[in-house]
Design a protein around this ligand. Structure first.
Ligand SMILES: Nc1ncnc2c1ncn2[C@@H]1O[C@H](COP(=O)(O)OP(=O)(O)OP(=O)(O)O)[C@@H](O)[C@H]1O
Ligand SMILES: [Mg+2]
Length: 283
Protein backbone atom coordinates (compact mmCIF):
# COMPACT_ATOMS: atom_id res chain seq x y z
CA UNK A 1 0.00 0.00 0.00
CA UNK A 2 1.34 3.44 -0.83
CA UNK A 3 1.46 5.91 1.99
CA UNK A 4 -0.44 9.04 1.10
CA UNK A 5 0.48 12.43 2.40
CA UNK A 6 -2.66 13.66 4.05
CA UNK A 7 -2.57 17.24 5.19
CA UNK A 8 -4.46 17.79 8.44
CA UNK A 9 -7.36 20.12 7.88
CA UNK A 10 -6.84 23.69 8.99
CA UNK A 11 -3.06 23.64 9.23
CA UNK A 12 -2.17 24.12 5.57
CA UNK A 13 -0.27 27.12 4.28
CA UNK A 14 -2.02 30.47 3.88
CA UNK A 15 -3.84 30.75 0.54
CA UNK A 16 -5.84 33.94 0.83
CA UNK A 17 -5.25 36.80 3.24
CA UNK A 18 -7.32 39.89 3.88
CA UNK A 19 -5.11 42.44 5.58
CA UNK A 20 -6.87 45.31 7.32
CA UNK A 21 -9.64 45.51 4.73
CA UNK A 22 -11.76 48.65 5.20
CA UNK A 23 -14.61 49.64 2.88
CA UNK A 24 -16.30 52.99 3.26
CA UNK A 25 -19.33 54.03 1.18
CA UNK A 26 -19.88 57.76 1.63
CA UNK A 27 -20.49 58.04 5.37
CA UNK A 28 -21.00 54.31 5.94
CA UNK A 29 -18.16 52.09 7.08
CA UNK A 30 -19.28 48.70 5.74
CA UNK A 31 -16.01 46.99 6.75
CA UNK A 32 -13.55 48.20 9.34
CA UNK A 33 -10.01 46.80 9.42
CA UNK A 34 -10.94 43.17 8.74
CA UNK A 35 -8.02 40.73 8.67
CA UNK A 36 -8.60 37.03 7.97
CA UNK A 37 -6.46 34.20 6.66
CA UNK A 38 -7.76 31.21 4.71
CA UNK A 39 -5.48 28.17 4.72
CA UNK A 40 -5.12 25.40 2.18
CA UNK A 41 -7.57 22.59 2.89
CA UNK A 42 -9.84 24.82 4.94
CA UNK A 43 -13.54 25.54 4.85
CA UNK A 44 -13.98 28.93 6.45
CA UNK A 45 -17.39 30.17 7.62
CA UNK A 46 -18.42 33.79 7.65
CA UNK A 47 -21.53 34.63 9.65
CA UNK A 48 -23.16 37.77 10.97
CA UNK A 49 -26.49 39.61 11.02
CA UNK A 50 -28.01 41.27 7.94
CA UNK A 51 -25.98 44.22 6.74
CA UNK A 52 -22.88 43.11 8.68
CA UNK A 53 -20.68 43.46 5.59
CA UNK A 54 -20.32 39.81 4.54
CA UNK A 55 -21.15 40.28 0.86
CA UNK A 56 -19.13 43.51 0.80
CA UNK A 57 -16.18 41.47 2.07
CA UNK A 58 -16.59 39.03 -0.85
CA UNK A 59 -16.84 41.99 -3.22
CA UNK A 60 -13.51 43.27 -1.85
CA UNK A 61 -11.90 39.82 -2.18
CA UNK A 62 -13.00 39.49 -5.80
CA UNK A 63 -12.02 42.91 -7.09
CA UNK A 64 -15.61 44.11 -7.54
CA UNK A 65 -14.82 46.76 -4.92
CA UNK A 66 -11.40 48.27 -4.26
CA UNK A 67 -11.03 48.46 -0.48
CA UNK A 68 -10.71 51.98 0.91
CA UNK A 69 -7.79 50.66 2.95
CA UNK A 70 -6.02 47.34 3.30
CA UNK A 71 -5.17 44.64 0.80
CA UNK A 72 -6.06 41.15 -0.37
CA UNK A 73 -3.21 38.71 -0.92
CA UNK A 74 -3.43 35.42 -2.84
CA UNK A 75 -0.50 33.03 -2.43
CA UNK A 76 1.63 35.91 -1.19
CA UNK A 77 0.80 38.20 -4.12
CA UNK A 78 -1.36 41.31 -3.54
CA UNK A 79 -4.37 41.29 -5.84
CA UNK A 80 -4.93 44.26 -8.05
CA UNK A 81 -7.30 44.67 -10.93
CA UNK A 82 -10.84 43.88 -11.90
CA UNK A 83 -12.91 40.76 -11.19
CA UNK A 84 -11.74 39.11 -14.44
CA UNK A 85 -8.09 39.41 -13.35
CA UNK A 86 -8.96 38.07 -9.90
CA UNK A 87 -10.73 35.09 -11.50
CA UNK A 88 -7.61 34.33 -13.55
CA UNK A 89 -5.52 34.64 -10.37
CA UNK A 90 -7.65 31.87 -8.83
CA UNK A 91 -10.64 33.20 -6.89
CA UNK A 92 -14.14 32.11 -7.95
CA UNK A 93 -17.47 32.94 -6.38
CA UNK A 94 -21.18 32.39 -6.41
CA UNK A 95 -23.68 35.16 -5.69
CA UNK A 96 -26.25 35.70 -2.97
CA UNK A 97 -28.85 36.15 -5.72
CA UNK A 98 -28.27 33.53 -8.39
CA UNK A 99 -26.61 34.98 -11.48
CA UNK A 100 -26.86 32.45 -14.28
CA UNK A 101 -27.45 33.07 -17.97
CA UNK A 102 -31.10 32.01 -17.78
CA UNK A 103 -31.63 31.41 -21.51
CA UNK A 104 -28.45 29.44 -22.06
CA UNK A 105 -28.23 25.70 -21.50
CA UNK A 106 -26.71 24.18 -18.39
CA UNK A 107 -23.60 23.11 -20.32
CA UNK A 108 -23.23 26.54 -21.93
CA UNK A 109 -23.35 28.20 -18.50
CA UNK A 110 -20.41 26.07 -17.34
CA UNK A 111 -18.55 26.72 -20.62
CA UNK A 112 -18.79 30.45 -19.90
CA UNK A 113 -16.89 29.83 -16.67
CA UNK A 114 -14.34 27.75 -18.56
CA UNK A 115 -13.78 30.51 -21.08
CA UNK A 116 -11.29 32.38 -18.88
CA UNK A 117 -8.91 29.39 -19.12
CA UNK A 118 -9.13 29.10 -22.91
CA UNK A 119 -6.09 30.75 -24.34
CA UNK A 120 -6.35 30.10 -28.07
CA UNK A 121 -5.39 33.12 -30.13
CA UNK A 122 -7.86 35.21 -32.14
CA UNK A 123 -6.67 33.77 -35.45
CA UNK A 124 -7.33 30.19 -34.33
CA UNK A 125 -10.79 31.26 -33.12
CA UNK A 126 -11.54 33.02 -36.40
CA UNK A 127 -10.53 30.13 -38.56
CA UNK A 128 -12.03 27.51 -36.24
CA UNK A 129 -8.84 25.58 -36.97
CA UNK A 130 -7.53 22.43 -35.24
CA UNK A 131 -6.20 24.32 -32.21
CA UNK A 132 -9.59 25.96 -31.67
CA UNK A 133 -11.39 22.65 -32.04
CA UNK A 134 -9.08 20.90 -29.56
CA UNK A 135 -9.46 23.69 -26.99
CA UNK A 136 -13.24 23.64 -27.47
CA UNK A 137 -13.36 19.87 -27.05
CA UNK A 138 -11.28 20.01 -23.87
CA UNK A 139 -13.48 22.77 -22.47
CA UNK A 140 -16.59 20.68 -23.10
CA UNK A 141 -14.99 17.61 -21.51
CA UNK A 142 -14.01 19.57 -18.41
CA UNK A 143 -17.44 21.19 -18.20
CA UNK A 144 -19.14 17.80 -18.43
CA UNK A 145 -16.86 16.44 -15.69
CA UNK A 146 -17.91 19.31 -13.48
CA UNK A 147 -21.60 18.77 -14.23
CA UNK A 148 -21.13 15.13 -13.20
CA UNK A 149 -19.31 16.31 -10.06
CA UNK A 150 -22.24 18.48 -8.96
CA UNK A 151 -24.81 15.87 -10.06
CA UNK A 152 -26.26 17.68 -13.08
CA UNK A 153 -25.10 15.49 -15.98
CA UNK A 154 -28.62 14.62 -17.08
CA UNK A 155 -29.53 18.31 -17.29
CA UNK A 156 -26.79 19.52 -19.62
CA UNK A 157 -29.11 20.37 -22.53
CA UNK A 158 -31.76 22.02 -20.34
CA UNK A 159 -32.20 25.78 -20.38
CA UNK A 160 -30.88 27.11 -17.05
CA UNK A 161 -34.02 28.98 -16.07
CA UNK A 162 -36.05 25.73 -16.18
CA UNK A 163 -33.91 24.12 -13.46
CA UNK A 164 -35.30 23.74 -9.96
CA UNK A 165 -33.88 26.31 -7.56
CA UNK A 166 -31.44 23.93 -5.80
CA UNK A 167 -30.05 22.77 -9.13
CA UNK A 168 -29.51 26.38 -10.23
CA UNK A 169 -27.34 26.88 -7.14
CA UNK A 170 -25.36 23.72 -7.99
CA UNK A 171 -24.94 24.95 -11.56
CA UNK A 172 -23.51 28.22 -10.29
CA UNK A 173 -20.99 26.23 -8.27
CA UNK A 174 -20.06 24.17 -11.36
CA UNK A 175 -19.55 27.36 -13.35
CA UNK A 176 -17.34 28.80 -10.60
CA UNK A 177 -15.30 25.57 -10.49
CA UNK A 178 -14.84 25.73 -14.27
CA UNK A 179 -12.45 28.64 -13.75
CA UNK A 180 -10.04 26.25 -11.92
CA UNK A 181 -10.03 28.26 -8.70
CA UNK A 182 -7.71 27.92 -5.72
CA UNK A 183 -10.34 29.58 -3.58
CA UNK A 184 -14.12 29.33 -3.87
CA UNK A 185 -16.35 31.93 -2.22
CA UNK A 186 -19.96 30.89 -1.67
CA UNK A 187 -22.46 33.59 -0.69
CA UNK A 188 -25.42 31.90 1.02
CA UNK A 189 -25.26 28.67 -1.02
CA UNK A 190 -28.19 27.06 0.83
CA UNK A 191 -30.53 30.06 0.99
CA UNK A 192 -34.05 28.90 0.14
CA UNK A 193 -33.10 25.22 0.02
CA UNK A 194 -35.02 22.40 1.65
CA UNK A 195 -33.21 20.17 4.21
CA UNK A 196 -32.31 17.52 1.59
CA UNK A 197 -30.82 20.11 -0.78
CA UNK A 198 -28.94 21.72 2.12
CA UNK A 199 -27.49 18.35 3.07
CA UNK A 200 -26.44 17.66 -0.52
CA UNK A 201 -24.74 21.08 -0.62
CA UNK A 202 -22.83 20.26 2.56
CA UNK A 203 -21.50 17.06 0.94
CA UNK A 204 -20.63 18.94 -2.22
CA UNK A 205 -18.61 21.55 -0.33
CA UNK A 206 -16.70 18.80 1.50
CA UNK A 207 -15.96 17.16 -1.86
CA UNK A 208 -14.74 20.47 -3.28
CA UNK A 209 -12.43 20.92 -0.29
CA UNK A 210 -11.10 17.40 -0.90
CA UNK A 211 -10.07 18.40 -4.43
CA UNK A 212 -7.73 21.01 -2.92
CA UNK A 213 -9.90 24.10 -3.30
CA UNK A 214 -10.19 26.16 -0.11
CA UNK A 215 -13.63 27.64 0.53
CA UNK A 216 -15.20 30.58 2.32
CA UNK A 217 -18.91 30.16 2.99
CA UNK A 218 -21.37 32.87 4.03
CA UNK A 219 -24.56 31.56 5.61
CA UNK A 220 -27.25 32.65 8.05
CA UNK A 221 -27.91 29.03 9.01
CA UNK A 222 -25.39 28.77 11.86
CA UNK A 223 -26.10 25.08 12.40
CA UNK A 224 -25.03 24.47 8.81
CA UNK A 225 -21.88 26.58 9.27
CA UNK A 226 -20.83 24.98 12.55
CA UNK A 227 -21.22 21.49 11.04
CA UNK A 228 -19.28 22.37 7.90
CA UNK A 229 -16.41 24.71 8.72
CA UNK A 230 -12.99 24.31 10.30
CA UNK A 231 -12.84 27.98 11.23
CA UNK A 232 -15.58 30.54 11.66
CA UNK A 233 -15.52 34.34 11.78
CA UNK A 234 -18.34 36.59 12.93
CA UNK A 235 -18.83 40.01 11.39
CA UNK A 236 -21.01 42.57 13.13
CA UNK A 237 -21.48 46.07 11.73
CA UNK A 238 -18.36 45.71 9.61
CA UNK A 239 -16.14 44.63 12.50
CA UNK A 240 -14.63 41.20 13.04
CA UNK A 241 -16.19 40.27 16.37
CA UNK A 242 -14.86 36.76 16.97
CA UNK A 243 -12.84 34.19 15.03
CA UNK A 244 -12.14 30.59 16.01
CA UNK A 245 -13.23 26.98 15.76
CA UNK A 246 -16.97 26.33 15.52
CA UNK A 247 -16.99 25.27 19.19
CA UNK A 248 -15.33 28.46 20.44
CA UNK A 249 -17.51 30.72 18.31
CA UNK A 250 -20.75 28.94 19.18
CA UNK A 251 -20.18 29.33 22.91
CA UNK A 252 -18.92 32.91 22.81
CA UNK A 253 -21.31 35.19 24.74
CA UNK A 254 -20.60 38.08 22.33
CA UNK A 255 -21.87 35.98 19.43
CA UNK A 256 -25.05 34.99 21.26
CA UNK A 257 -25.60 38.64 22.09
CA UNK A 258 -24.91 39.83 18.54
CA UNK A 259 -27.39 37.35 17.14
CA UNK A 260 -30.15 37.75 19.65
CA UNK A 261 -29.45 41.32 20.65
CA UNK A 262 -29.70 40.38 24.32
CA UNK A 263 -27.16 39.77 27.08
CA UNK A 264 -26.19 36.15 27.59
CA UNK A 265 -27.78 35.89 31.06
CA UNK A 266 -31.13 36.88 29.60
CA UNK A 267 -30.82 34.32 26.80
CA UNK A 268 -29.83 31.60 29.26
CA UNK A 269 -32.76 32.46 31.53
CA UNK A 270 -35.10 32.17 28.53
CA UNK A 271 -33.61 28.80 27.60
CA UNK A 272 -34.09 27.59 31.21
CA UNK A 273 -37.67 28.84 31.27
CA UNK A 274 -38.43 27.15 27.94
CA UNK A 275 -36.90 23.90 29.20
CA UNK A 276 -38.99 24.04 32.39
CA UNK A 277 -42.13 24.70 30.34
CA UNK A 278 -41.26 21.83 28.05
CA UNK A 279 -40.62 19.59 31.08
CA UNK A 280 -44.13 20.34 32.37
CA UNK A 281 -45.68 19.53 29.00
CA UNK A 282 -43.78 16.27 28.79
CA UNK A 283 -44.74 15.29 32.32
N1 LIG B 1 -22.33 49.55 -3.21
C1 LIG B 1 -22.75 49.99 -2.03
N2 LIG B 1 -22.99 51.30 -1.80
C2 LIG B 1 -23.42 51.75 -0.60
N3 LIG B 1 -23.62 50.94 0.46
C3 LIG B 1 -23.41 49.63 0.31
C4 LIG B 1 -22.96 49.08 -0.93
N4 LIG B 1 -22.83 47.73 -0.79
C5 LIG B 1 -23.17 47.46 0.47
N5 LIG B 1 -23.52 48.59 1.13
C6 LIG B 1 -23.93 48.69 2.54
O1 LIG B 1 -22.95 48.03 3.31
C7 LIG B 1 -23.55 47.35 4.41
C8 LIG B 1 -23.17 45.90 4.37
O2 LIG B 1 -23.90 45.27 3.32
P1 LIG B 1 -23.65 43.76 2.89
O3 LIG B 1 -24.50 43.50 1.71
O4 LIG B 1 -22.21 43.51 2.73
O5 LIG B 1 -24.20 42.97 4.17
P2 LIG B 1 -24.37 41.41 4.38
O6 LIG B 1 -23.66 41.05 5.64
O7 LIG B 1 -24.01 40.66 3.16
O8 LIG B 1 -25.95 41.32 4.67
P3 LIG B 1 -27.02 40.17 4.27
O9 LIG B 1 -26.86 39.08 5.32
O10 LIG B 1 -28.33 40.85 4.38
O11 LIG B 1 -26.72 39.68 2.90
C9 LIG B 1 -25.04 47.61 4.31
O12 LIG B 1 -25.36 48.68 5.15
C10 LIG B 1 -25.23 47.96 2.85
O13 LIG B 1 -26.34 48.79 2.66
MG1 LIG C 1 -25.02 39.46 1.84
Amino acid sequence: MTAELVEPVGVGYPVLEARGVTMIFGGLTALNDVSLTLHHGQIFGLIGPNGAGKTTFFNCLTGLYTPTRGEVVLHGVPLTGDPAAVTIAGIARTFQNIRLFPNMTVLENVLVGRHCRMRQGPIASLLHGPVFRRVEREARERSRELLAFVGLSKMEGEVARNLPYGDQRRLEIARALATDPKVLLLDEPTAGMNPQETDATRHLIFQIRDTGVAAVVIEHDTKFIFGLCDQVAVLVQGELLVEGTPETVRDDPRVIEAYLGKPREEVEAEVRAAAAEHGREDG
